[in-house]
Design a protein around this ligand. Structure first.
Ligand code: HEC
Length: 168
């Protein structure tokens, strides 16, 4: 009776990463289901893109902090603006098939990415163009022009998040 209950629980958890509770029994089907659910290569792609996007968020915050300051430190803005194109160089390859919510790890990437891949990739390219422009304008040192380019780039983040990222 008790054993059966555990088995049912393990099957119910098969889609999650609850390995330890279900790992004792060698022939346990839940084991295989768990292994199959999380592909390490996919997990790596998801974690890498999340880390890069977190760093992009940090760079954007660093720039906006300078614009809020009494006297913006142009060097800090230039450094942050220069980091974004480098961080996001391979962005078009960050969302391979199978790296959506079905991957079995936490991700805010919505299924719409794979349903409208062409539109999604055009959002990637809009963003990369705006970020490259922001970087070159930043190096010119013209604060008003940097502000405009920053706003434009921020608009491309939002355009993608509104459609393709959960909770934004
Ligand atoms: C083409 C689409 C796209 C563009 C452009 C984009 N993002 Fe995102 N962003 C996403 C998606 C999708 C996620 C969720 C990724 C995941 O959880 O796997 C995300 C996640 C994030 C996160 C959370 C990362 C984490 O997991 O901690 C931050 C911060 C972020 N984006 C900031 C930005 C900023 C700032 C910009 C613009 C400078 C930007 N993004 C441009 C699609 C985009």
């Amino acid at each position: 009776m008790k054993k059966r209950g555990v088995k049912i629980l393990c099957s119910a958890l098969a889609g999650l990463t609850m390995l330890t509770a279900c790992g004792q029994n060698g022939e346990n089907a839940a084991d295989e289901a768990v292994t199959a659910a999380v592909d390490p290569a996919i997990a790596e792609v998801i974690e890498a893109r999340q880390k890069a996007l977190k760093d992009v968020g940090g760079a954007f915050k660093a720039i906006s902090d300078q614009f809020k300051a009494d006297s913006p430190d142009i060097e800090k803005i230039q450094l942050a603006a220069a980091s974004v194109p480098t961080l996001t160089e391979g962005m078009a390859e960050w969302f391979p098939d199978g790296s959506g919510p079905e991957a079995g790890i936490e991700t805010d990437a919505l299924p719409a990415i794979w349903e409208s891949k062409e539109d999604f990739l055009s959002k990637v390219s809009d963003f990369q163009g705006a970020a490259a422009n922001l970087n070159s304008v930043a190096q010119s040192g013209d604060v008003a022009a940097i502000g405009a380019a920053f706003k434009e780039t921020g608009g491309t983040c939002k355009a993608c998040h509104d459609k393709y990222r959960l909770d934004d």
